[in-house]
Design a binder for this molecule. Structure first.
Ligand SMILES: [Zn+2]
Length: 264
């Protein structure tokens, strides 16, 4: 047997491995494009209005424009509002659609902004009635949920590192698995919470029956951040940078309310 005959299969194997690696890299690249730019393939209608690009699985009704005007008004209240920031919003009227790929529509909850990519997906929405729904069918106004998710995009754009470091801070990450400062701030900007003030206070004081727990969690975050902004005159950047405990802030907020009611 010659030396040449010995090396031929090895060469063939090397070529095959190289071809497989190329095909694999190409498939990963295609998958990444599809995940990062879902707008290029599966939405039936899209509009571009002000800083918003909206994609929907149906024809987008004209009612979307006042909804987006309202969202703009809400997010302009934020100290991290940036008039040059553009938002990509993906909506669907049918929760059974578009469930094939990762990093797209949420399986539970009402929506999310994908970190890094900044695409915003809501679970199920009706653009004609300004309504959005979570996986349990609980309704909330589309404009407030959009303002909530876009606040995440704005916070990430301005303070990416600071905001993400909160995941390593035991006082910022709640046992529920949420960052109370950022979620509370997103709710503060969004408004129109599912739990209203009086009802939430009763829940906190234990004088009212149990509510859908994610809504109660977010009410607590909202109340704490609202207290820090309105009563303690803190900016969100200061809140983000300060060592604060949710329980202590809530205690303080409740105490101040009681004192006010008692006429102090
Ligand atoms: Zn959120």
């Amino acid at each position: 047997m010659t030396a040449q005959e010995n090396t031929l299969p090895a060469l063939k194997k090397k070529k095959l491995v190289k071809q497989c690696a190329l095909v694999f890299s190409f498939l990963v690249f295609i998958l990444a494009i599809v995940i990062l730019f879902p707008q290029i393939y599966y939405f039936n209608d899209k509009i571009k209005y002000k800083n918003f690009q909206v994609f929907y699985d149906q024809k987008i009704p004209n009612e979307i424009f006042p909804i987006l005007d309202n969202v703009e008004q809400l997010i302009q209240k934020s100290e991290c509002y940036d008039p040059d920031l553009n938002f990509k919003i993906f909506l669907r009227s049918d929760a059974n659609k578009y469930n094939l790929l990762p990093f797209q529509f949420p399986e539970v909850g009402s929506g999310h902004a994908i970190p890094g990519i900044k695409n915003v997906f809501l679970y199920k929405s009706n653009c004609s009635t300004d309504t959005t729904y979570n996986h349990l069918g609980h309704a909330r106004s589309l404009s407030s949920v959009l303002a909530h998710e876009l606040t995440h995009v704005m916070v990430e754009s301005k303070w990416f590192f600071k905001a993400k470091m909160a995941y390593f801070d035991k006082n910022s990450l709640t046992p529920f698995g949420a960052l109370w400062k950022e979620e509370g701030y997103a709710e503060y900007i969004a408004g129109n919470l599912p739990i209203k003030m009086e009802e939430g206070i009763k829940l906190l004081e234990g004088t009212s029956k149990k509510h859908y727990s994610p809504n109660f969690e977010y009410f607590k975050y909202w109340l704490a951040v609202r207290h820090l902004i309105l009563k303690k005159q803190m900016t969100f950047e200061e809140i983000l940078s300060s060592d604060l405990q949710l329980a202590t802030v809530l205690e303080d907020a409740l105490q101040e309310r009681t004192q006010k009611a008692d006429g102090y």
